[in-house]
Design a protein around this ligand. Structure first.
Ligand code: AQP
Length: 332
């Protein structure tokens, strides 16, 4: 079976609709076809300041949401990044083959550092994509299911893997980004020209999956649409309506063309009302399942402990090969 690896940060508590449709939904599907490794990437989370108690709670909340979304610990390996020390270890090695200028070209870093200012921007935020490369390469992943915003980081990962392989010895599998076009970028409900984002969206622009469903329904109903009345998928001319159609189609599995036909002659209000209902129907059981996992932290922690053990077995093997190929003296 080909292998997949992906991660999600335990920041901001609830996942948002973009995280789910862009990434987590694919994670669930890929459990059936791939040897799947999924991680709550807490080392990445601390690239911006975190409150310790909140971080701990958010880590469990992230794991519970992943299980609530349908990850099955018997069919995938679910683990917390800091439980597998090889991530930080390989991260260092990767940093030593990354050019400063190469890292400085990452657009996510440019965006985030612009938001945090010089003092608020950590070295960790700068080397984030280097650690991400280590996350992926440790597991010899063939594919990495992510949203469009991660494409550039995936290209860096491939460059670093290639560089290491040719400088030392063939060591790493070159991973491909696994990006589902239709949901690769879910947009902010209030500003459909920017992606829905934990850190950049206004509260009204983001659907947080752990919010009361009626709150999310209200946000859908007050989403910004476009001038005109026609319900048509046209991201250039009608970004707001197109975003709603993408979300609708992804949740229900109905093709966008079919949705366009069924809303012919109807107004934006009808589309929003129906989408709000569809969202509530999906998110209500998701929240219930997540809350059940949260209510049983012992089981949750046991799942994560078992996941870490499985992940470590793979990660340790790769790191040993890396150390050997670099020329480190064996510790034996
Ligand atoms: N709007 C989005 N549409 C599609 N996919 C998205 N992802 C994030 N936003 C969208 C994907 O979600 C996965 C987890 O991402 P993360 O843990 O790195 O979360 P994030 O990038 O911190 O999420 P945000 O909301 O984008 O946070 P900020 O604002 O801090 O950057 C990834 O696969 C990502 O592509």
């Amino acid at each position: 079976r080909p292998r997949v690896l992906s991660g999600i940060q335990p920041t901001a508590g609830s996942f948002h609709l973009g995280n789910y449709l862009g990434a987590v939904r694919q994670w669930v599907a890929l459990q059936d076809t791939h040897d799947a490794f999924y991680s709550v990437v807490d080392l990445h989370a601390i690239t911006v300041a975190q409150d310790p108690e909140e971080l701990r709670a958010n880590c469990r909340l992230a794991a519970a949401q992943l299980l609530g979304a349908g990850l099955d610990p018997d069919r995938c390996t679910l683990f917390v990044q800091s439980h597998v020390p090889e991530h930080a270890q390989l991260g260092w090695v990767m940093g030593c083959i990354t050019g400063f200028g190469e890292a400085a070209r990452m657009t996510q870093f440019k965006d985030k550092s612009a938001r945090h200012g010089t003092e608020g921007t950590t070295v960790g935020l700068f080397t984030y994509p280097v650690l991400q490369a280590a996350d992926i390469l440790l597991y010899q992943a063939d594919a990495v299911p992510v949203g469009e915003d991660q494409r550039q980081h995936l290209e860096l990962t491939r460059d670093l893997a290639n560089r290491f392989n040719s400088r030392y010895a063939p060591t790493f599998t070159l991973p491909d980004a696994y990006i589902v076009k239709e949901t690769a970028k879910i947009y902010d409900l209030q500003d459909p020209t920017i992606k829905m984002s934990k850190s950049a969206s206004s509260p009204k622009g983001i659907v947080s999956l752990m919010d009361e469903p009626r709150v999310s329904a209200k946000k859908i109903k007050s989403a910004v649409t476009d001038t005109g009345t026609e319900i048509r998928y046209d991201p250039e001319a009608k970004p707001g309506v197109s975003n709603l159609l993408s979300i609708y189609s992804a949740i229900t599995g109905t093709a966008i063309g079919e949705l366009e036909l069924s809303y012919e002659g109807k107004g934006y209000g009808a589309l929003k009302t129906d989408l709000a209902e569809v969202l509530v129907d999906w998110v209500t059981p998701f929240r219930q399942r997540t809350q059940e996992y949260l209510g049983d932290p012992e089981t949750l922690d046991a799942v994560l402990a078992k996941g870490a053990e499985k992940a470590r077995a793979v990660a340790a093997e790769t790191l040993a090969t890396v150390y050997e190929n670099i020329g480190f003296l064996s510790a034996k």
